[in-house]
Ligand binder design. Structure first.
Ligand code: TC6
Length: 698
């Protein structure tokens, strides 16, 4: 036995190195050093004829230890480990199960042969961390599988199933049964055959079409906008095609180093851990007993309810969907079927799978059919009266211990809970539309919600394919509450001199998929208009009204894309927004009516006025305990609102890119310019600035 991170053993003349670094066998310094030493020891041992490298526990090696990035290097380098394997005078076989990812697959590329179990998946997912495979992966994958395949695999970062890996020469053999036994047998077979010590570095690079790399770059232009890593990956593959192996490796190292020190990669690495942390609840220990969820119920089969039902069916959980009329039920079920059939047309599901999923969704008109459900999610019209009716009925029919969830996006979950005699079983599950596509789930903890309900819902969320966060009860919860701040300032800026296209361009260039006015046109301007009419916001004292331009737009029937016009005009069905002089005129007239002299806006001012109030609101949210940590807010904004992941999320961005003092000082500047108390920095922000601390230190 050597270092505990690598266990050394033998099976006759085969030396075995087992990686022992749970949970995912990440390549820590101890793992690298142990592997390098183990290879050298077996290489020098005359009793050993071949070597097998295998992962202990649930997986092969899931990659470099991401927590070590940015720290001073220690131990044997991964490059040296891979070189030691490749140059070993005895056959080295990598045996893959679970996932062989990133540096893990690159380690396997150092072996002369690779064997995998059928369930194994391999991949180079560094792109998701804003990096590229930096231990020879960019030079070796094109040699094994061709440049085109390597580009696609490394830029998507996808997990490649064993069978596909076999067809692409990434693995040499797929074997059922006990992996170690199969790998040892394979090693013996190679020795017996006198098989060559096949080094991937010696293989030529296969390139199909001479314009393949250029064509690929063009094809990802839109999706990879703002990211650095995909473009550097393309350069490494170009190097693999153009240069000898060692020079290609040099180029890989330079391009990797460039990414490692980039703010984009720091942001994406933050996000990797943030997403995993967000699933954990600080006062609900991981071992909290959970309720069993064998069947679900959904109230409402509209866009939301139908989408939520699909999540359950996709996870194999039977679900009953309730509507108030047969017609609404039929319509909802038809939409679900069409969604599945469209996925099947794109190759995402087989016809049988469509039927299996449909069979899991049972339509009903009767509340009685929900009495066996372990969790019931309400997705009905957003008024308290309607919610009251639904929860009173649920309280009467749901079995004891059933979790009662509301999908409200803004109503008071505590009040809803009080319509039942079991408020501790009530929780909010705020899905985002379309619920079958959007990953974010804001689970809303009421005052009375019990810990086992929270634990169950957080884990159910993952089971149904969502990225869960936990928030508290407040208006708009976390995401919409912050979005509102951006909305307020974008509306004011129109009155003061900016135009929709100018504001939208700044937000788009920052990395969002679209700006606030395009978003409003897409969602329908009439939604907010009706709410404003209901609220009589105009009559409220001390609050500057935000809807002058928006109301004027709606009064012309310009409800957005669906009416062919909103803040922009649209040439349907193309849907690209076209700035409209009529809107410009309307905005100018509004300014005049309000007695505002229009002025020019710089892009920087637009950015600050849109985003800094969000950060300030985030500080208030943290202070009130409505989000557990700053990272939860980041996860909400990246997944629910299109915040570019390469900017980490609003709180990470404020902490690490802008700096809290700069945000704070800008808020004061705008407060003094406008005299509007809106801009007052949150007490928590003031305190952190005084103490020279970050949100992440809380
Ligand atoms: C690379 O290799 C570059 C090389 C260049 C060298 C020059 N490091 O996701 P889970 C933790 S870049 C450290 O919940 P799953 C994770 O935080 C790397 N920690 O499990 C969590 O910790 P917690 C390329 C890691 O079964 C725990 O392990 N590789 C790492 O749902 C369990 O993780 C990748 O990008 C890591 N590399 O999924 C792969 N990986 O319990 C990244 C995981 O304290 N990893 N942890 O919260 C994954 O995609 C997934 O973790 C998985 C397992 C598919 C391996």
């Amino acid at each position: 036995m050597s270092d505990a991170a690598i266990l050394r053993s033998t099976d006759g003349e085969v030396g075995i190195l087992t990686v022992n670094n749970p949970p995912v066998n990440a390549l820590s310094a101890a793992v690298r050093t142990g592997l390098g030493d183990g290879i050298k020891a077996f290489a020098g041992d005359p009793a050993i004829k071949a070597i097998v490298v295998i992962g202990g526990g649930r997986t092969f090696i899931a990659g470099a230890d991401i927590r070590e990035f940015g720290k001073p290097p220690s131990g044997t380098s991964l490059h040296d480990v891979i070189a030691a394997m490749e140059d070993c005078p005895k056959p080295v076989v990598a045996a893959l199960h679970g996932t062989a990812l990133g540096g893990g697959l690159e380690t396997a590329f150092g072996a002369h042969y690779r064997i995998a179990v059928p369930q194994a998946r391999v991949g180079l997912p560094e792109v998701h961390l804003g990096l590229l495979p930096g231990a020879g992966g960019t030079q070796r994958l094109p040699r094994l599988a061709g440049a085109e395949f390597a580009l696609e695999a490394m830029v998507s970062g996808r997990h490649i199933p064993a069978k596909e890996a076999l067809s692409r020469n990434i693995v040499d053999k797929v074997a059922d049964g006990d992996l170690l036994a199969a790998a040892v047998a394979y090693a013996r077979e190679l020795v017996a055959q006198g098989a060559p010590l096949r080094r991937i570095r010696d293989l030529p690079v296969k390139l199909g079409s001479p314009t393949a790399i250029e064509d690929f770059a063009k094809s990802i232009a839109r999706k990879a906008r703002g990211f650095k890593a995909p473009w550097n990956i393309i350069k490494t593959v170009q190097a693999a095609v153009d240069l000898p192996f060692d020079e290609g490796m040099k180029r890989e190292r330079e391009l990797f180093a460039e990414l490692l020190t980039s703010s984009e990669s720091a942001a994406q690495r933050h996000y990797f851990f943030a997403e995993r942390e967000a699933a954990k609840v600080l006062d609900v220990p991981a071992d909290t007993p959970q309720r069993e969820i064998k069947a679900g119920g959904i109230i409402g089969c509209g866009t939301m309810g139908g989408g939520i039902a699909m999540n359950f069916a996709n996870a194999g959980i039977p679900v009953t969907v309730l509507e108030t009329s047969q017609e609404a039920l039929d319509r909802g079920m038809k939409v679900i079927r069409t969604n599945y059939e469209n996925t099947a047309k794109r190759g995402g599901l087989t016809a049988d799978q469509v039927e299996q999923r449909m069979a899991l969704i049972k339509p009903t008109l009767s509340y009685d059919d929900l009495k066996d459900a372990d969790v019931i999610i309400e997705a009905v019209f957003e008024t308290m009266e309607v919610k009251e009716g639904v929860f009173t009925k649920l309280d009467a029919i749901a079995k004891p211990g059933a979790i009662l969830a509301t999908n409200t996006s803004g109503l008071d979950v505590n009040q809803i809970a009080n319509y039942t005699k079991r408020p501790s079983d009530v929780i909010g599950m705020h899905f985002f539309s379309p619920a079958n596509v959007m990953k974010l789930l804001e689970n809303v903890r009421g005052k009375a919600t019990s810990k086992d309900v929270i634990a169950t819902v957080m884990s159910l969320s993952k089971k149904i394919g969502k990225i869960p966060t936990l928030v508290g009860v407040c208006e708009g919860f976390v995401g919409n509450r912050m979005l509102r701040q951006r909305g307020v300032q974008s509306a004011y800026m129109l009155e003061e001199g900016a135009l929709p296209q100018q504001v939208d361009k700044v937000i788009f260039d920052f990395g969002f998929p679209m700006g606030p006015f395009q978003m409003s046109d897409l969602a329908g301007n009439d939604v907010g208009w009706r709410i404003r009419q209901g609220k009589k916001e105009k009559e409220q004292r001390n609050v500057r009204y935000t809807g002058y331009v928006a109301d004027a737009i709606c009064e012309l029937g310009r409800f957005g894309q669906k009416t062919g016009a909103g803040y922009y005009k649209y040439n349907l069905p193309d849907r690209s927004p076209i700035p409209d002089p009529e809107v410009e005129k309307l905005i100018e007239e509004t300014s005049k009516k309000l007695g505002i002299t229009r002025r020019a806006f710089s892009d920087q001012e637009i950015l600050e006025r849109c985003l800094y109030p969000m950060v300030n609101e985030g500080a208030k949210i943290l202070e009130e305990g409505m989000a557990q940590r700053a990272l939860d807010i980041d996860v909400i904004w990246v997944n629910g609102y299109g915040w570019p992941v390469y900017r980490g999320g609003p709180m990470w961005w404020a902490d690490n890119v802008v700096g809290l003092k700069a945000v704070h000082d800008a808020l004061l500047k705008y407060r003094d310019m406008s005299g509007d108390p809106f801009w007052e920095p949150a007490p928590l922000l003031k305190k952190l600035v005084q103490e020279n601390r970050k949100f992440s230190s809380l």
